[in-house]
Structure formats: C-alpha cells, structure tokens
Design a protein around this ligand. Structure first.
Ligand code: GLA
Length: 668
C-alpha cells in the first residue's frame, strides 16, 4: 500500500446495469476514490450453477476501474454461498445450539467446518485467482467478509467432530480434558472423546471450561478457513497484500491472532451517531484495531456515509460528523477510509443503508460531503510513516472477554466494554493515547498498563504483568482480576492468582452492590468521592491504602491500594470509582501527572499526535457543540486550510485541524 490515505468503498456493480458502471467511475474520480472493494457478495454471479463460471462481467469492471486508475480490493465471495450449493448440499447450512438448521435466503449461511463448503470455497477462490488475479487493477485481496458476524457458533455434527479433533490435539487424552474442565462436577466425566459435544442446549448451565474451549475452537475454525483461502491467493500473487474486514470489538474472534496472518488490518465501524459517546467509541475502536498488529498498516474498510438501516431508529450522521469521524481514524493511524457502500442499492435488504452515492445521487447533501472529503484527503500530504505513539497500554485478551462474560458469575451484568470505557474515558478526554496489548505481550515500551477486570489470566500473563511492574512500570488493576486460569478453574486462596504478588492486598470476598447503589469513598486527606457497582472485601497487606469505602455494608474496607514493587507501582481498585476518584489515581501516575492534558480534559476536543521522522502531526477534532478556541504551541502549519498558525486555533463544531511541526529530537 502506498502512503496516501486511501478513499473508497464497497462497490457492487453486479446490482446495476452496465450503463451505470461508467457513471460510477466518473463520480468516483470526482470524489477522489482510489480503492474499491469488489465482489464480496458475487458468488452466485461468478458461479451461477455448480461448476459453471462467468467472470466476463468482472473482467469488464476491473478494466473500467483500472483504466481510471482506481485500485481494487478484490474480495473472495465465500461469505455468501449461492442457493444451488445449499440446496444440493444442505448440511453446509449451520445449526444453532437448539439444533435448528439455518436456511439460505440471506448471507453467511455456511458451517465453516463443513468439508463440502470448504471444498467449494477453495474452488471458487482458485478460479477467481486464475481468472482475474493477474489483473493490474487488483491491489489487495479481501478474504470473505466479517467472519463469524452472523453465525459465530455452529453446533452441527461437523463441528462436533472438528471440536473433538481440536481437543485431542490440545489435550492428548480424554483424561486431560476431564481434568481441565473439572468434569467431576455434576457427573460430567467423559469416558471417551466421542461423548464430547459442542455446548448445545442443556437443561442448566453447561461446563465453563467446555464453553471457553468452544470459543477458542470456533475462533480457530474460522481462522483455519481464512488461512486456506490465503494460501491459494498467496500461491499465485504473493505480492498482493491480504486483508479481511474485522468488526472492532467483536467478541467471537481473537483479532490479535487473526491480524498476525494479515498484511493489512481492516475494520468496519458502525458506531451509532446518536450515541452520546460516539467520539469515544470511535477512538477506542481505532486504538484497538491499530494495536492488534502493531507492525502492519490498517484501514477503515467500512463505515457509513450517513445512516444504517438495522437499528430500531436510524439517525443519520449530522453534517460534518462523517468528516470528523473519518479524521478520527486518520488521527489514530488509519491509512484508508472506506465506506459501505459506493452506490445505494435499489434492491435487497440493505436498500435503505446510506451510501457514498445516495438514491438521490449527486443532489444529495451526503454526496457533497463525500466528494469534498475525498478531494481533501487526496491533497493531504502522506502521513504513512507518522506513527501514533502511546505510553499507556490496556491489557486485553479475547480469552478473558469470553470467560468474563460467560454466565454463572457473581455479577452477570459485568461487561468488559463498561470496564474498558470506565478506565479509557478520562484518557480519551484528556488526549492521552492508549494502545491495547495482550497480557503476555512485551510491555517494556509503556509506562502505564491498565488492567480492567482481567478475570481470566494465565500464569505466564500474570508473570509478564508482575515483571512489568518490577521493572518500573505502573499498573492500574481493577477488581475481578486474577480469578481463574485458562480452564476457568478458580485460583484459590485470596483472589488474584498470579497477580497477587503485585496487588498489595488480599481480596477475600467479592460483593456486587445493589443496582444503582452508590457508596462513599474517603481518601487519606479526608476528600470524599463515590463508587458503585462492585466492592471487593479487601484486607490490606503490604500495600498502602489511599482510600477506603466509607458507607454501606463494606464501610472501612480498602477501596484503592498503592503498592510499591521493585521500581514500579500497582494501584488496585477494589470498586468502580467515580470520575473524580479515578482522576485522583491517574494523577499519581508520573506518565500522566503534570500533563496539561489532564486539566483541559472535558473541552470536547480530541487530540492525537502522529509522529514521523521529520514531522509531527497534531490532530485536533472538535466534538463539542460550540466553537472552541485552543491554545497551541506556536510555529505550526495547519494542513487542511494550509495556513501558518500562531499560538491559537479556532475550531467550529465538527471542525478538524492537523497541525504540522518539525519533529523534535525528543520525540524521534
Ligand atoms: C457489514 C457488512 C456489509 C453491510 C454493512 C451494513 O459491515 O460487511 O456488507 O451489510 O454491515 O451496515
């Protein structure tokens, strides 16, 4: 991928007569489009009946785009098998946990473990490559589409067989499976592997270890299919980068593992523009996507120009919001901003989804915004080598997410997204950029690691976090961390498992608070803040108690414990502190304390810095409903308006400034 910001969207020419295609290309040029995703849902057009192919139309489309200098992100069509396939081979259709088989008539109606599906998928991909893989317009491969999005789990017999094979290779014997899952409980002991099933509908809660393994297995099964397709693509065109579109915080798939297999990470972002925290939701989404593979470029593969159709009430983006959102992505490192889709469909379930080109065409105000943004991005100087650098990391794993939100817990309404938002929100508001890291990833480059409810933590992950603190890092660990191992088996003794050496306290019991209940938290200096949702019943050990719960049944128990370990420190948060309480903790962290950013937090302006070898780019995006006049370091050049700035910049609502300065020695 070259270094400018790519711009474009999903292009589905098969839905339109040929006469429209030329018009499409003309308008794409007008809007600065340089990359379109073609063919995502085209299997039935490419292979209309079993073994018969029609690539003529695709050749024509690629020729047209190529002649216009528009690159193609060519999709394999394997996300939507044609009706002939599932009519002839009905067991390709997936099955839900109650044993109900899905039907065709929509999309993603395939069981990824089904050998027939896999055979047909490989066949159509191989054919795609041999027919058009050499076309000069093809710049990227787009494998499948939003894997696992509609049917993340299938429970059919093919899955049962594949699950058993997966267990055999992971554990070696049924005794090991019994041990790992604790099948001594409720008389679940298996005498042979053949008795093991996917976690289908059961009378009561199923085995937690089995559930957790099924999440991992299902993830692996989808990834295996991607690898099979990738192999075919790479065998013929190793030079073309490969991607598949992620869905940000999408629970069923471990994107850390997936992104290792891709040349470009891409994500689809359908934040609700009416969500009061849409700007933060975008930021956290993009910070995650940038982080899952820190060594490869990433793009927004899909966003809306305006509105979706699949929420109950679909509020459009207000004027300027799409542009501001797009720059949020660029600020956080994106090398491309693309949309679903180029031209709004006339037919099918998605005909009321907004597009770059609406039903009303060039007359629509949406088109004006799309065209203007495309032209503006085309003129923006390349930022490709300017990286987003973070000193703060969030320890995050999909395995923890699966386990944390599995049923049968003290608080089944404890959701990871709320824990993340709680710790992330003040940093977003103050312009402190955050990376996400696997808990076992090298953390030496960070000064602070936030650990939101790392309920499931392996000994290796725990040791990594412990050594981070020993070597001088600061960790903020929230309640409900260090509770179970990789099999969902509880670490007994006071809670904390492998994190106990740095926690500075003993968590003896856990106590979810009454819904809506607020408790007082009193700090050493007598200041009072509040907290809610949860209280650990903590006994102090070697840590220093900074604040105690001061009302309710757990009054007197520690709420915040500071523990010096080696040259680092841990802050253990035994309850969900309110923003004022959390700010008190954050202000004790050298990486954050003294930052002017903490004081200016709350002005509604998002600030992100990208640092390159020569230039530093400070992005300022005004999400506030009023104008904002900001003090800035003098000597910058604003790249969008192309003006030299003094020490102030004024931004209207949704306004964006990109301030370029020479990179200082320190930042290099
Ligand atoms: C997903 C899909 C697209 C489209 C959009 C609609 O992102 O990948 O094909 O269905 O949702 O919002």
């Amino acid at each position: 991928m070259n270094r400018r910001i790519h711009y474009g969207g999903d292009y589905n020419p098969e839905q339109w007569p040929r006469a429209i295609w030329r018009e499409d290309v003309r308008l794409m040029k007008e809007a600065g489009v340089d990359l379109v995703t073609v063919g995502v849902f085209s299997w039935a057009e490419l292979e209309p009946t079993e073994g018969t192919y029609d690539f003529g139309w695709l050749h024509e489309v690629l020729d047209l785009l190529g002649e216009a200098g528009i690159g193609v992100d060519l999709a394999t069509p394997t996300t939507a098998p044609p009706p002939w396939l599932t009519t002839r081979y009905p067991d390709v259709l997936p099955v839900d946990s109650k044993g109900t088989r899905y039907s065709h008539g929509s999309r993603q109606q395939f069981c990824v473990c089904n050998p027939t599906y896999r055979m047909f998928a490989k066949q159509v991909v191989a054919r795609l490559v041999s027919e058009v893989g050499g076309h000069p317009a093809v710049e990227m491969w787009h494998i499948n589409n939003e894997y696992a999005c509609h049917v993340p789990y299938c429970y059919c017999d093919h899955h049962a067989a594949a699950f058993r094979a997966w267990l055999a290779s992971r554990y070696g014997s049924i005794e090991e499976v019994n041990e790992a899952w604790g099948t001594v409980f409720w008389s679940q002991r298996y005498s042979e592997l053949a008795e093991v099933l996917p976690p289908r509908l059961t009378p009561s809660f199923s085995n937690p270890g089995q559930e957790l393994d099924y999440c991992q297995f299902s993830n692996d099964a989808f990834l295996d299919e991607l690898l099979e397709e990738r192999e075919i693509l790479k065998a013929s065109r190793p030079d073309i980068p490969v991607t598949t579109n992620f869905v940000g915080f999408y629970k069923p798939l471990d994107y850390f593992a997936w992104s290792r297999e891709l040349d470009v990470v891409s994500t689809d972002n359908y934040v609700d523009p009416a969500d009061p925290e849409w700007a933060m939701q975008n930021a956290i989404h993009y910070d995650l996507v940038r982080s899952v593979n820190k060594a490869v470029p990433w793009v927004v593969m899909e966003q809306t120009s305006s509105r979706v159709y699949w929420r109950e009430h679909n509020v459009p983006k207000r004027p300027g919001q799409m542009r501001a959102m797009s720059y949020q992505a660029v600020a956080r490192g994106a090398s491309g901003v693309l949309f679903f889709q180029w031209r709004a469909s006339r037919v099918g379930a998605e005909r009321f989804h907004s597009a770059m080109l609406s039903h009303s065409g060039e007359a629509s105000p949406v088109w004006a915004e799309i065209r203007d943004l495309g032209r503006e991005l085309a003129l923006l100087e390349p930022l490709g080598q300017a990286r987003v650098a973070a000193r703060v990391a969030v320890a995050f794993s999909w395995q923890n997410w699966w386990a944390l939100e599995a049923p049968a817990k003290p608080a089944n309404d404890l959701v990871l997204s709320e824990q993340l938002a709680w710790l992330y929100r003040p940093l977003f508001r103050s312009g402190t950029t955050v990376d996400f890291c696997r808990p076992d990833e090298p953390l030496g480059g960070y000064e602070v690691v936030l650990v939101p409810s790392l309920y499931r933590v392996t000994r290796e992950e725990g040791a990594n976090l412990v050594s981070f603190v020993h070597q001088g890092g600061d960790a903020v660990i929230s309640f409900w961390s260090g509770i179970v191992d990789e099999h969902e088996t509880v670490y007994v003794g006071p809670y904390g498992g492998p994190l106990r050496p740095i926690m500075g306290c003993d968590v003896l019991e856990v106590a979810p608070l009454l819904a809506g209940a607020v408790v007082e938290v009193e700090w050493e200096d007598g200041t009072k803040t509040t907290a809610g949702f949860w209280a650990d019943v903590v006994a102090e050990t070697d840590g220093h108690v900074l604040a105690r719960i001061a009302s309710g049944p757990w009054a007197g128990r520690p709420a915040v414990i500071e523990n010096r370990v080696g040259s680092g420190r841990t802050y253990y948060l035994a309850t969900r502190l309110d923003p004022a309480g959390l700010a008190r903790v954050y202000s004790r962290l050298p990486a954050l304390a003294g930052e002017p950013s903490l004081e200016r937090a709350g002005d509604g302006v998002e600030r992100v810095v990208r640092t390159g070898p020569e230039h530093t780019y400070e992005f300022l995006i005004n999400h506030a409903p009023e104008d904002r006049e900001l003090e800035i370091a003098p000597g910058g050049i604003e790249l969008l308006a192309r003006v030299e700035l003094g020490d102030r910049v004024k931004l209207p609502p949704t306004g964006v400034a990109i301030v370029r300065r020479p990179t200082s020695e320190l930042a290099r």
